[in-house]
Write a protein that binds this ligand. Structure first.
Ligand SMILES: [Mg+2]
Length: 356
């Protein structure tokens, strides 16, 4: 049964100003993150939902997503034949990974709903309740604001804080967070800010000396040669994870040489299907795995959570950073993700505010 596709832009409103290293920190951060919501439906009332969260970091916008979606002939898609549907979508150019992600989610969601099972079960995976704890991300801000955000997160039960760094005030910010959240474990994400291996090692040694940092994500630009990454990997006192370094499963061999683990995101890999391959490819090469996110609604976060059993670490908090989430999905109780009582089917449930 062929499908009908509809899509609409939706502005996610951030609870706080959001900045990471680079352009967004330079302009003081942003308050709105636009996404595109996607719905596929068949003629018998079956439907599946998806979301594209484009990031300018990856040269994607609502316009690139919308352009891809406008090229899709939905009559060539079906919930019954996911392989043919995927092959058709993969043939469309220019490719837009976030748009491809939204369609992958909608197809899987529709197929799993039709089968009457959660997405992870549909994929032959388990979801272990009580095991999956997400970190909570602190964007770059003043030391005072970062300390307040850390204290608020800890008051909400968060034990893992992911601190964004890459500005001149990093050490003051870090000290403020450490003081405000004395029990929390920190993860640090430089978003490629440190431009040489020596600079990166100096920062990582400082982080390690606090005794509170679990790992460092993307310390240097992915464009640096493997030799620099290998030099850093051999000397770093903390595990190094690649994010911008790991776009799809095809980067797994390079990451196995250059870092200790990888951050997989659905919007980079083109959805649940690509993320699963990226996680399994990384694990097969001995890499630690993390599932991460962009600023996203509960739809994308829930979709990612279905793959949690394939990970060592989770950073699925994009929905906690917004105040107009149009969906409800996976539960997050004091950082612990779970599907208990969420939905009889897919773990995705449209809240009343959704205008789809
Ligand atoms: Mg990152």
């Amino acid at each position: 049964m062929s499908l009908r596709l509809s899509h609409q832009p939706f502005d996610l409103q951030l609870r706080n100003r959001w900045a990471i290293s680079g352009a967004s920190a330079a302009v003081g951060g942003k308050r709105v993150h636009p996404v595109v919501l996607v719905r596929l439906e068949d003629s018998r009332g079956g439907f599946g939902l998806g979301e594209a969260s484009p990031s300018t970091q990856y040269h994607e916008t609502v316009a690139t997503v919308s352009r891809f979606l406008s090229l899709v002939d939905a009559s060539k898609l079906s919930f019954e034949d996911l392989a043919s549907s995927a092959a058709y979508l993969d043939s469309i150019r220019p490719m837009s990974p976030p748009a491809r992600c939204a369609l992958d989610l909608a197809l899987l969601d529709g197929a799993a709903r039709a089968a009457g099972v959660p997405v992870h079960r549909f994929l032959g995976l388990e979801f272990t309740e009580g095991r999956h704890r997400t970190s909570f991300s602190l964007g770059i801000d003043t030391p005072e604001v970062m300390a307040q955000k850390a204290a608020d997160a800890v008051a909400d039960g968060m034990r893992l804080l992911k601190v964004k760094v890459g500005v001149a005030s990093d050490r003051e910010n870090l000290a403020a967070v450490l003081g405000a959240a004395p029990e929390a474990t920190l993860r640090v994400d430089a978003n490629a800010a440190w431009t040489s291996r020596e600079e990166a090692l100096d920062h990582i040694r400082h982080l390690a000396a606090t005794g509170r940092v679990e790992f460092v994500e993307q310390p240097m630009p992915p464009t640096l040669p493997d030799a620099d990454w290998i030099w850093l990997k051999e000397r770093s006192p903390l595990p190094v994870l690649g994010d911008e370094l790991y776009q799809t499963w095809e980067d797994a061999a390079r990451c196995a040489r250059c870092v200790h683990g990888v951050n997989v995101k659905l919007v980079k890999t083109g959805g649940i299907t690509g993320a699963r391959i990226a996680l399994e490819s990384a694990r097969a090469l001995g890499l630690k795995t993390m599932l991460g996110c962009m600023i996203e609604s509960s739809l994308l976060i829930t979709a990612a959570a279905h793959l949690a059993d394939l990970t060592d670490y989770l950073d699925l908090d994009g929905n906690l950073l917004i105040r107009n989430d149009p969906f409800t999905g996976v539960n997050c109780t004091a950082g612990l993700l779970g599907f208990d009582g969420v939905s009889p089917l897919t773990g995705l449930r449209v809240a009343e505010r959704a205008d789809l």
